[in-house]
Design a protein. Structure first.
Length: 330
C-alpha cells in the first residue's frame, strides 16, 4: 500500500543545515498496522509531514526519496493532488485536536466539509453522514451535537471528532501522530479500542506514531523503532518485544514500568541525551548511549539487516549481537 524508499529530509536553522531523516525505507502492507516509536526528535512527525506534503519548506526540505502510495509517488505529486488524497484516500489524525479543529466552525460543518469536497455529497447528505460518524466514534446524541463548537467538547471527545473527520471518507490509509498522548489513560484506552474496531470494520491500513510502547503492543502488527531519523529495528511486534536486537529498543522496553505494557505505560528515560541533529556523532547515532557499543559502532553506521534466526522482516541496524552482549553482561 505504501512503499517508502530512501526518504531524506533536512532542516535549516540559524544558517546551518542538518539532515533529520536519513535514507528512510519501509513499506506497509494493506491491512497492516505499523507502530512507529522513538524518543522526541527521532523524526517520527517530520517524516509523516513530508509524506503528506505538509512539511514547512523552508525551514524543512525533502532532499530525496520516493513514497509510492497506491502507485503514485507522494513526494512528486502536485499540491492539488495531495490535497485530494489528504482527507480522501489518506486520513490524518494529529496530536492536538484543539489546534487541528477550527474553533469558529461547528463540528457538523467540519465533518461535513471533506464529505462534500471528496465525495460530492450535498450539505444535507453530509450532515446526515456526520451524525452517523459521530455515533460511530462513540459520541452520544450526535444530531444535537452537530451544531456545537469545538470548545463545547472535552479533550477526549474532540479527539473522537478528529477521528470521525479522518475516517469520514473511508481512507485506505490512516496516519495517526500521537493521537492519544494528550488524553488520560482511560480515554486513551477507549480511543485505542475504537480504532481497533474501526480498522476491522473499514479494513484500514494504519501508521500509528507514538512514544508509548504499551500503545504499540496493544494496536500494532509491526513495530518500527526510530532514532536520529533512522530505523534502528523493525519487525513483527511479538518478535521484537520477545527478543529485541537493538540496544535502543531494549532500552525503551527496559524503561517501561514493570510488568505488563498497558496503554499509558509511558517511557521512562534512557540514560544520556537524545542526539543533537546538528552535531550527530559518526557511526551508529545511538553508540554514545549504548552500553553494548563496540568500537565499530563509533565509526561506521550499521545497515538494516535481517536478524539471523528470527522471523522474516525482523531487521536491525546494529554491529553488536545484543543477546550475546546481554548474556555476557554482569
Ligand atoms: N520547524 C523545524 N525547524 C528546525 N528543525 C526542526 C523543525 N521541526 C522539526 N525539526 C527537527 O527535526 C527532527 C525531528 O523532529 P520530529 O518532530 O520529527 O521528532 P518526533 O520524533 O516527532 O518527536 P516528538 O516525539 O517530540 O514528536 C528534530 O531534530 C527536530 O529538532
Ligand atoms: Mg512528533
Amino acid at each position: 500500500m505504501l512503499e517508502i524508499s530512501d526518504l531524506a529530509v533536512g532542516f535549516s536553522r540559524e544558517g546551518r543545515f542538518a539532515r533529520v531523516i536519513h535514507d528512510l525505507s519501509y513499506s506497509v502492507e494493506r491491512g497492516e498496522t505499523l507502530g512507529i516509536v522513538g524518543e522526541s526528535g527521532s523524526g517520527k512527525s517530520v517524516h509523516a509531514l513530508a509524506l503528506l506534503g505538509l512539511l514547512p519548506q523552508p525551514p524543512g526540505k525533502v532532499l530525496g526519496g520516493r513514497a509510492l502510495f497506491e502507485g503514485e509517488d507522494l513526494l512528486a505529486l502536485p499540491e492539488s493532488r495531495l490535497r485530494d488524497l489528504r482527507g480522501g484516500r489518506i486520513g490524518v489524525v494529529f496530536q492536538d485536536p484543539m489546534t487541528a479543529l477550527n474553533p469558529v466552525l461547528t463540528i457538523g460543518r467540519q465533518i461535513a466539509e471533506p464529505l462534500i469536497r471528496h465525495k460530492g455529497l450535498s450539505m444535507r447528505q453530509a450532515l446526515d453522514r456526520a451524525a452517523e460518524l459521530l455515533d460511530l466514534v462513540g459520541i452520544r446524541d450526535a444530531r444535537r451535537r452537530l451544531p456545537q463548537f469545538p470548545h463545547e467538547f472535552s479533550g477526549g471527545m474532540r479527539q473522537r471528532v478528529m477521528i470521525a473527520i479522518a475516517i469520514s471518507c473511508e481512507p485506505a490509509l490512516l496516519i495517526a501522530d500521537e493521537p492519544t498522548t494528550a488524553l488520560d489513560v482511560t480515554v486513551q484506552g477507549q480511543i485505542l479500542d475504537l480504532m481497533a474496531g474501526l480498522r476491522e470494520r473499514l479494513g484500514m491500513t494504519m501508521i500509528w506514531i507514538t512514544h508509548d510502547m504499551g500503545v504499540v503492543a496493544g494496536i500494532a502488527d509491526t513495530i518500527q523503532v526510530m532514532y536520529a531519523g533512522r530505523i534502528m529495528e523493525r519487525g513483527p511486534v511479538e518478535a521484537v518485544f520477545a527478543s529485541p536486537r537493538s540496544a535502543y529498543t531494549w532500552g525503551l522496553l527496559q524503561s517501561l514500568p514493570h510488568g505488563a505494557h498497558p496503554p499509558g505505560g509511558r517511557l521512562r528515560q534512557i540514560p544520556g541525551q537524545p542526539p543533537d541533529m546538528f552535531n550527530l556523532p559518526p557511526g551508529d547515532p545511538f553508540a554514545p548511549r549504548n552500553p553494548f557499543a563496540t568500537e565499530r559502532c563509533f565509526k561506521e553506521a550499521p545497515p538494516l539487516r535481517q536478524v539471523p534466526g528470527s522471523v522474516p522482516g525482523h531487521v536491525v541496524a546494529a554491529w553488536y549481537d545484543l543477546p550475546a552482549a546481554l548474556q555476557a553482561a554482569p
